[in-house]
Every structure is written in C-alpha cells, then in structure tokens.
Design a protein around this ligand. Structure first.
Ligand code: PNS
Length: 196
C-alpha cells in the first residue's frame, strides 16, 4: 500500500465530503452537518468533471453550498470549508488536506452499490477510509438529478433544496412560482421562458 496519510497526534481531525453537488440538496446539507458532529473540520469537495457539463459551474456550486450552510447557520456550519477540486483523484485532494476519512451519505442499497467500489478503490490507493452515514429518511427520494428534473418541468422544489438553491434553480431553469417570487407565472406575456 502507498504511504498512508497520517494525522499528527493532537491534530485537527478532518474529513472530506466529496460530490458533484449540482446542485446541493437538503440531504447533502444534513450529511455535511452530521459529519461536523464527528470531525473538527469538514471539507466539502465540489468535484467538477471537465468532461461533463453541469447545470451550475464549479464556482456556482461552491457558492451555493456555502450559501446553504450559511442559511442553516450554527456552530457546525462555521467549521465547514467548501472548495472545488477539479483536477485529479479524490485521494490526492485528501492528502493535500491531511484528511484520511471520506464521509458519504447512503440513501439505500443503490447508493451502497455505487459507493462501495469507490470506497474500496480509495482505500486501495491511499488507505483513505470511507464513513457512510445513513441518510435521513426525509430525504431518501432527494437527489440532485431528480431535483433538476422537477425544476426543469416547473415543479416546486421547496423542501428538497436549501432556499438559495431553489432561487438559483428558478433563475436558471424557470419553474414553479413560489409565494415569494415576484415574477409573473410562466407563459404570461413578458414572463420567463420555460424552454431552457
Ligand atoms: O456526487 P457524485 O457525482 O456521486 O460524486 C462522485 C465523486 C466526485 C465523489 C467521485 O467521482 C470522485 O471521487 N471523483 C474524483 C476522481 C476520483 O478520485 N476518481 C476515483 C474514485 S474511486
């Protein structure tokens, strides 16, 4: 096995919560804050795959995760650092940060099947351990891709994503007009086009 990532005695205990976060959901926020119950500092790693065009840019995703955490507030959110990593392996990102644990949420068996090979590979590559947190059942049906689909078709995503993300989705895609949204309904003269 390659050189293990070591934490000096008494060092700050760090973990990395990696993902695409395109966009961040309330399920993600729950996992990140629960990771902050277990570690001194949580590094949210926003992975940007240059070969895949996301709905939001890396910088926008970082800003939305930060805004979501600021909206959640509290001492735990203040111990979360949000940063983009677009180049290279997750384990190298962990090495740079001095983190030897990755934290991921699991909504069910499908997530486990997807995550297991990555967890094994990260341990194989650098001894990085993966800690799975059981997802809150309130968010079992919530994924970034479903949220985008709902928003794209004009559905209401409140209760699925943090408010700043709901606003960003409305601006990017159009969608259900909430009570606090001053825009005219979709399709009305001068209203936003729902085509994008
Ligand atoms: O939210 P996602 O898209 O399921 O997150 C997947 C992610 C970004 C965590 C994974 O693709 C990843 O770690 N990418 C970085 C490149 C890497 O290390 N690949 C090998 C992982 S075994």
């Amino acid at each position: 096995m390659p050189d293990a990532i070591t934490e000096p005695a008494g060092a700050v205990r760090r973990c990395v919560c990696p993902g695409s976060f395109d966009p961040v959901t309330l399920g993600h926020v729950d996992v990140v804050l629960r990771a902050a119950d277990l570690f001194d500092v949580v590094h949210v790693g926003v992975a940007v795959n240059p070969a895949k065009r996301g709905l939001f840019s890396g910088a926008e995703r970082v800003d939305l995760v930060r805004a979501a955490l600021d909206a959640a507030g509290g001492e735990r959110a203040a111990r979360v650092v949000v940063e983009e990593f677009s180049d290279g392996l997750l384990v190298e990102h962990c090495r740079r940060l001095g983190a030897r644990v990755v934290v991921k949420g699991l909504r069910g068996g499908t997530d486990y099947a997807y995550e297991l090979p990555m967890a094994l590979m990260n341990r194989h590559l650098a001894g990085v351990e993966t800690l799975f947190l059981v997802g809150d059942p309130r968010f079992e049906h919530v994924s970034s891709s479903l949220v985008k689909e709902v928003a794209r078709h004009g559905g209401d995503v409140s209760g699925l994503v943090p408010e700043p993300v709901r606003g960003a989705l409305l601006r990017r895609l159009g969608g259900a007009v909430g009570e606090d949204d001053p825009r005219p309904p979709r399709g009305a003269a001068g209203g936003p086009s729902g085509g994008r």
